[in-house]
Ligand binder design. Structure first.
Ligand SMILES: [Ca+2]
Ligand SMILES: [Ca+2]
Ligand SMILES: [Ca+2]
Length: 528
């Protein structure tokens, strides 16, 4: 039997079921989705399917029935070779490879039972040309146990070499545990290159709704690494993911991206590396509605090391530590504005560095801040060597750091070999694009700014997916933004704050990431 269905976006699904020799019970032999491109084939397929169906009254082994079935299968196989989209429903948490990689079937033997494992699904998705989908189970931990360093998904890391969507049920429910203490390998590698060379085409890998934890790599990217070699062209998105407790002996404890990556509504926490404790991005890194927290770097960039370019939007970088510079962020971009670091509607708080730049070290190129709060960061946390500089931000002599509608306040630099802590918000030369507070300007600030005192409430969840620092009543910065509108790096007016709540409230937007909202007492008329 053949079934044809078309859904709203024009995707056509062909399902084939062959009757068993015994009777009417159908066995599903395959299905696939045809993108709108294949609509042209729809009528042909339908006609052939109707041909088969019309013969269903014929005896099971009637020659014309068998011929009709063969024609449909042939068409199916031709189209399958063109589109080759498959969905693999993983139904076992065991770490077992596929029995026949490349046959289109995700099949392993787990306790003598046929099952589809995550590893087998990755092997099959790699082997089938084109984008596939791997669906993971809820309430399941996929513990990797196969020891061995290779890049074909047979051992250690799950190695993705073709476009795929990996979909979990949420990071609290679907966990991929790299078990690095045993495997000594990262959890995921995304690479279009192998021993035969590199696929010249970009692939798209979208990972959502999973936790990636306990990966360990002697190279870059303890949790996930992409595009480790020149010529490698994967484009990766990670949405609603938790990247936790991974480690790397190089760059990017949680994530290393040599190619473009977008991290959205995700949390990167508790990872360690030599550079970029949480993440290291070498191309275009875009972080949105995410948290980079509690990561540690033995070198620069406790939270993030950026050596390409990118943007950080509505996100919080908190509680990270670098043993060298840039406790929250260490940025090396180019002078080309198209390849700067842009930070918008974000909070950099409570980070520390043994060297300069407790919150942000802009080591080269350009960093541009729009409605950013940089507070409570500390430089020279080990109180050794030179006295601390740039508790909030440190800008190198060859770099530019420009900021607007932002707050740099309440940051500290520790004095070496002493108990003294000095308020110190910046070092180097930074460019105020007006409507800013720099509370204790221990640097050269070009342009107008205010030194108004700022009072924050504790970092916490005040709405939206990330933690924020609320501005307390009477604090500097409230309604102090550009009356013509606070804008982002594209000159678009920001109509929401980091939490997604409306701004401006009042005559002008508030400085920093947090817009004070009207008191609820006035909204609902009573107060608990
Ligand atoms: Ca197989
Ligand atoms: Ca594929
Ligand atoms: Ca591997």
């Amino acid at each position: 039997m053949a079934f044809l269905a078309s859904d709203a976006d024009g995707t056509v699904t062909l399902s084939l079921a062959l009757n068993s020799e015994e009777g009417n019970q159908g066995t599903l032999v395959g299905y696939m989705h045809f993108q709108p491109l294949f609509r042209l084939f729809e009528e042909v397929i339908e006609m052939l399917c109707l041909t088969v169906l019309s013969r269903s009254a014929l005896p099971q082994r009637h020659p014309s029935r068998i011929v009709g079935r063969a024609i449909v299968l042939m068409i199916f196989q031709i189209l399958f070779a063109s589109a080759r989209a498959a969905t693999f429903n993983v139904n076992s948490s065991a770490d077992v490879p596929d029995v026949a990689p490349g046959d289109g079937q995700c099949e392993t033997l787990v306790d003598s039972q046929v099952a589809c494992t995550l590893r087998a699904a990755v092997q099959e998705a790699n082997a089938l040309p084109g984008a596939d989908v791997i669906l993971l189970q809820a309430n399941t931990t996929y513990l990797l146990t196969r020891v061995g360093i290779e890049d074909a998904s047979l051992f250690g890391s799950l190695d993705i070499s073709d476009s795929v969507d990996i979909v979990g049920a949420g990071p609290a429910s679907t966990i991929v545990d790299g078990n690095g203490a045993v495997t000594n390998d990262r959890v995921f590698l995304v690479s279009t290159c192998n021993n035969d060379g590199c696929n010249p085409d970009a692939i798209a890998v979208n990972i959502s709704g999973i936790a990636i934890r306990h990966g360990r790599s002697a190279g870059s990217g303890g949790g996930l690494a992409t595009a480790l070699v020149v010529g490698d062209k994967p484009v990766v998105t990670m949405t609603n993911c938790l990247i936790e407790d991974n480690s790397s002996d190089s760059g990017g404890g949680g994530v290393y991206a040599g190619g473009p990556i977008a991290l959205t509504r995700s949390v990167v926490i508790g990872n360690t590396a030599i550079s970029g404790g949480g993440a290291s991005f070498a191309a275009n890194g875009v972080i949105t509605d995410s948290t980079i927290s509690g990561n540690t770097s033995a070198g620069n960039g406790g939270g993030i090391t950026l050596v390409g370019y990118g943007s950080i939007n509505r996100s919080t970088i908190s509680g990270n530590h670098a043993h060298l510079e840039g406790g929250g962020i260490y940025s090396v971009t180019s002078a080309d504005p198209a390849h700067h670091l842009y930070i918008v509607n974000s909070t950099v708080v409570g980070n520390g560095s043994d060297g300069a730049g407790g919150g942000l070290k802009n080591a080269a190129g350009g960093a541009n801040l729009f409605n950013v709060t940089i507070a409570g960061n500390t430089a020279n946390t080990d109180r050794s060597g030179s006295d601390g500089v740039g508790g909030g931000v440190a800008n190198a002599a060859n770099a530019t750091l420009a900021f607007a509608n932002s707050i740099i306040a309440n940051n500290s630099a520790l004095v070496s070999n002493s108990m003294f802590t000095l308020l110190n918000d910046c070092t180097g030369t930074i460019e105020s694009l007006d409507y800013n507070i720099v509370r204790v300007a221990t640097c050269t600030v070009v342009g107008d700014y205010s030194t108004d005192a700022v009072q924050f409430g504790p970092l916490g969840y005040n709405g939206g997916p990330t933690q924020t620092l609320p501005l307390l009543a009477g604090s500097g910065g409230i309604d102090a933004g550009n009356p013509a509108g606070c804008t982002d790096n594209l000159d678009a007016v920001l109509d929401i704050d980091q939490r997604g709540l409306p701004r401006p409230v009042g005559a002008a937007c508030d400085l920093g990431a947090y817009e004070v909202q009207p008191d609820l007492i006035f909204e609902n008329g009573f107060d608990g």
